[in-house]
Design a protein around this ligand. Structure first.
Ligand code: EPU
Length: 410
């Protein structure tokens, strides 16, 4: 693989920041919005609620949530994606009520939202929860800032509680908060719009409620996982690629492992050059919340391990069942992977072989594409719509780097 690739705006920041526009009485402009199917779904939901959405050339979107008509987003769309749970926090904060179907999205694990609910309750919400939906309204004493200590470090709960607390009277403190770059991005977006949030990026976040957010312009950060996926692809396949529009600090947890495996990494201000001859050595990876190695890169680094010299160990500490989304598929391509509880033991093999495989979720799909590019022969990856949830123009970007990859319409 050769040349350069430009990374798009971060999916997991965009799918929080766009619904957070509900909190604003006025117009905001969000730049660097990735053109992916999850973003298209969230924009459709927002428009349906009465948000005026305008897509501008170059990845900018303006949103005006001044005249929202409903606090009940269309369940048909809500069920299409995971991040629709952010509608709960945003609608509750602005209107004191929300009626939101339970989210769908990638089902690689049991993904409870009890910590989101715990947060809403701590802020004074009355919660009516069934297998189908969550209904929130102000409890007897009204909605008010409070202290919330999360039992598990949750990205979604941290962002949802930030949104819910933004327009409430009083101060909210989230303890044991997640520290991912997209959490800092959401807080920076809301502060630009007039919120008062401090501590994002640490495990204690303080939100002093404000009466109103009024609007402004904000650019979403580059996608850490999209960048990591291209870096892993070059490491596995071999080549010399400049990955542009990244924040190298966000990439350290990934680049340090690829270096350990034998790739050469050079950091610049907002780009990273990777050079790999495809000869990798085994390593040990344990996924952890940021700044640890991201679970969303588990499958892609696993492909590198299947090709590395020696026996690698990959331990999943966030979603134990995530291996099942792709390990059988890699085995069908000739990989040697033994799963022992939350650890996969991966014995490297010189070359994978092309096969017909099925993507079961977004990152699994990306990993199978990397595996296919490195394999002898042709690989067919089915269910590519999962990949399109989170990667903007993946086929075009890979092709520009020299990959032989086509989307087959059925
Ligand atoms: N958890 C709970 N209760 C909760 C929330 C989470 O027990 O109320 C547990 C989960 O079961 C998991 C851990 O806490 O074991 C972490 O889950 P988290 O809430 O952080 O995950 P999420 O917010 O649902 C986001 C990303 C995922 C990414 C995880 C972890 C979005 C829309 N999704 O999910 O991204 O894997 O954080 O970093 O931001 C992806 O992009 O492919 C993807 C799946």
């Amino acid at each position: 693989m050769r040349g350069s690739v430009t990374i798009s705006g971060a999916k997991n920041a965009a799918v929080a920041i766009l619904p957070a526009a509900i909190l604003i009485e006025g117009k905001c402009r969000v730049e660097n919005v990735p053109d992916i199917s999850d973003v298209r779904v969230i924009l459709t939901i927002l428009q349906d609620l009465g948000v005026v959405v305008e897509k501008l050339p170059g990845g900018a979107v303006t949103l005006d949530a001044t005249y929202i008509r409903s606090t009940k987003p269309n369940p048909e769309f809500v069920k299409k994606m995971r991040a629709s749970y952010y509608l709960m926090g945003a609608l509750l904060s602005r209107f004191g009520q929300a009626d939101v179907a339970l989210p769908g999205g990638c089902n690689f694990a049991n993904r409870p939202i009890d910590q989101h609910i715990k947060g809403f309750k701590a802020l004074g919400a009355k919660v009516d929860e069934t297998d189908e939906y969550v209904r929130l309204c102000a409890g007897e004493n009204g909605l008010c800032g409070n202290r919330v200590s999360l039992d598990v470090v949750s990205v979604g709960a941290t962002m949802n509680i930030i949104m819910a607390a933004t327009l409430l009277p009083g101060q909210t403190i989230i303890e044991n908060a997640a520290k991912e770059p997209h959490i800092v991005d959401l807080a920076n977006f809301l502060n630009t719009m007039g919120a008062d949030i401090s501590g994002a990026g640490t495990d204690t976040i303080k939100i002093r409620g404000v009466q109103k957010l009024t609007g402004g312009t904000y650019a979403i950060i580059p996608d850490q996982i999209e960048a990591g996926t291209y870096l892993a692809a070059v490491a596995a396949v071999g080549g010399d690629v400049l990955v542009k529009n990244v924040i190298p600090k966000h990439m350290e947890c990934i680049t340090s492992k690829l270096e350990e495996m034998g790739a050469s990494i050079q950091n610049f201000d907002d780009s990273i050059r990777i050079v790999s001859n495809g000869n990798l050595t085994c390593t040990t990876v344990k996924t952890r919340p940021y700044p640890g190695f991201p679970t969303d890169m588990q499958a892609q680094i696993c492909v590198c391990m299947t090709l590395a010299d020696g026996v690698s160990k990959l331990t999943e500490n966030v979603y134990e069942t995530r291996f099942f989304g792709y390990c059988n598929e890699l085995t069908a391509m000739g990989a040697d992977i033994q799963i022992n509880g939350k650890t996969a033991v991966v014995t490297g093999t010189p070359r994978l072989s092309g096969a017909s495989v099925t993507a079961k979720d977004l990152r699994a799909g990306a990993a199978l594409i990397i595996a296919g590019l490195s394999a002898r022969g042709t690989t067919y990856v089915d269910n590519i719509h999962y990949v399109e949830r989170g990667y903007e123009q993946l086929i075009e970007k890979m092709t520009a780097l020299g990959a032989d990859i086509q989307r087959i319409e059925e």
